[in-house]
Design a protein. Sequence first.
Lengths: 526, 255
Amino acid sequence: MATLVEKGASGAATWVDDRLGSSNFIKRSLNKVFPDHWSFMLGEIALYSFIVLLLSGTYLTLFFEGSSREVIYNGAYTPLKGIPMSAAYESTLRISFEVRGGLFMRQIHHWAALLFMAAIVVHLMRVFFTGAFRKPRELNWLIGVGLLVLGIVEGFAGYSLPDDLLSGTGLRIAYSIALSVPVLGTWVSFLVFGGEYPGGSIIERLYPIHILLVPGIILALITFHMMLIWYQKHTQFAGPGRTENNVVGSKIYPAYAAKAGGFFFLVFAVMAALGGLAQINPIWLYGPYDPSQVSAGSQPDWYVGFLDGSTRLMPNWELRTLGHTFSPNVLIPTQVLPGVLFGLLALYPFIEAKLTGDRAYHNLLDRPRDKPVRTGLGVMSITFYLILLVAGGNDIIASIFHLSINEITYTLRAALFIVPPLAYLATKRLCISLQQADVHLLHHGVESGTIRRLPSGEFVEETVPLPSQYSVLLATTPERKELIAHAHTEDSEPKAVAAKPRGFFRPRGGVVEPPPDHKELERTVD
Amino acid sequence: MTSTRSRISGYAVVVLALALVGGLYTAFAAPKPKADTGTNQSIAVKEGRQLYLQGCSTCHGLSNQGGAGGPSLIGVGASAVVFQVESGRMPLASAAAQAPRKAVKYDRTQIDQLAAYVQSLGGGPTLPSGPLDDGNLALGGDLFRTNCSSCHNFAGAGGALTRAKYAPALKPADARVIWAAMQSGPENMPRFSDNQLTPDEKKAITTYVRFITNQNKDPGGAALGHYGPIPEGLVVFLVGIGVLIIVTLWIGARA
């Protein structure tokens, strides 16, 4: 029996191979090596969420009607019976209450969207803090930033489609943001909305953007993102046997494929659990959109929250001159600020290369503590972002903790300028301390807990040298070698040396590694 | 001379006429409420006055004149008493930005007595008799979203106002308290007179509020406090990303 199956399979494979010559490609692909580290799986969460988004989204398109045509509700949810609403909202209610599995699909779709964005951000942090964006991977960094921005756009379009009260409130704000563009604002907003708000055609326009255009671009960019990882090989942390010129890990087939496949199902399980157990966006409670209504606690989804926060923190500056209204109170927090933030994010690899003069190929990752300035900048940016995010929920915080919303806002305004620089200094200092601790371990070994009394009566503590696999790990980066060399020659406490470790702002004194031969990059040590 | 005298007599006639009308009014009109209300009612007013003197007069004044601690209660009506006392807000425990909900200090009879007493002082809105929450649910929802949700949130979960004041969550409020709040407009809440929201509309709103806060089963699962996207974002990081990072650590450890 088995031989029969094998015979059949090999026959089919030979048939395909004779025509496409694909066996070489497959052999090479299956033998490809992917390094093992938990943090390399964060991007996969985003990929798997996207797959779930495509599948659940397809199901939803079967029942959703992307139209602002007015209908009178006569469906299963009694508290809305007889209320006029758009066909988009009515069909979303139908999906929630009448379509089999509809509410679960809606909820898993929404949770997957939130998880997709969260995973992108966590993955971005991993890539940033380990320096994985350095040459030759700047292009993939740019694609990643593009995916982040497109994810926000796609998410916002999806948030707007059900045409419930929350959707409409969000679109109203989007309209105001378009309106705040100097000179062009009125034209831009009319162009986007097809007239004075709400315009009557925004749902019809957002629908193809949400289900076809943006997901198509995202899919293409994800493909390109992964092809580049494939071609350039994945980065790895330094360790025994791991160099700039090889990749140590498990082969795609079977080990990595099994792991990634299993991980997909675990990610899927988390999304399914959330979609089944935690209610998200109960549109029937928000009610149909009506421009005269706004609910307290109207918030965007979390990935737009930082812009809501920046708007809440912005002083209400408005200027009326020459018969025109200029609105820096809207323009600065919703357009200038994200423009600067995403611009800096996209250009960061080039800025860092310029400032350090480091033009070398990097296939080995940095430990965050080894680049105190970069790590400090990263934590500073995260702090800045988090303060904006918290400000976006100032009303909820005030409501839950019985605080004054005014004082929360004043405090966060000050914190936005004071806390991030402090976070930078603290992180940088912490990184230096961690380096010192590493050097101390290398120099003095591990405390054994044994105290020995010398004949003179003095007590000394015995230390055990660090096991070799750890000492190799700790002593790999050039900065570290330098520190260790210093510590040994001066034979003093490493504190004096480590107090001024090399951040990336100072070039490494002519140590430019030759670019490795691409063909030799992938020597498996498995 | 004669003209002066006739002028004085003219004033005298006016003064006399005023005194006569005033005297007649006090003689016939003033006891009228007493004549209208039966003995039960007057007992309730009497009992209510005793309760008032013990529990309320420290701040509102021995003769309802109001003071530094609290406003005069003349003309606020029985509805205000029902709202404030039946939700436990009064008697006030301490001065704060806003009177918080507390355990109720009086039983239903005592509250009715207090309400009767305050009503006897100078009238004001009173609760209608009969059921208060059998109105049109859909109409109530629409009116709730227009008039109430901008402070109390789309699901009645409450929301923040300026300077630590707040629109409270509506779940603990029963139909009487909701109705009394609309009629009396307590604290920062606007008053919705019967001209702004007719009794039928008030009934619809009360019905809807009771529905979303107490009967709604949340078909999607855990409600996350009905606070909207903020708790959803927290859950996706704390539960979603949190669990999945533990999973990556587990898979990574098995490399």
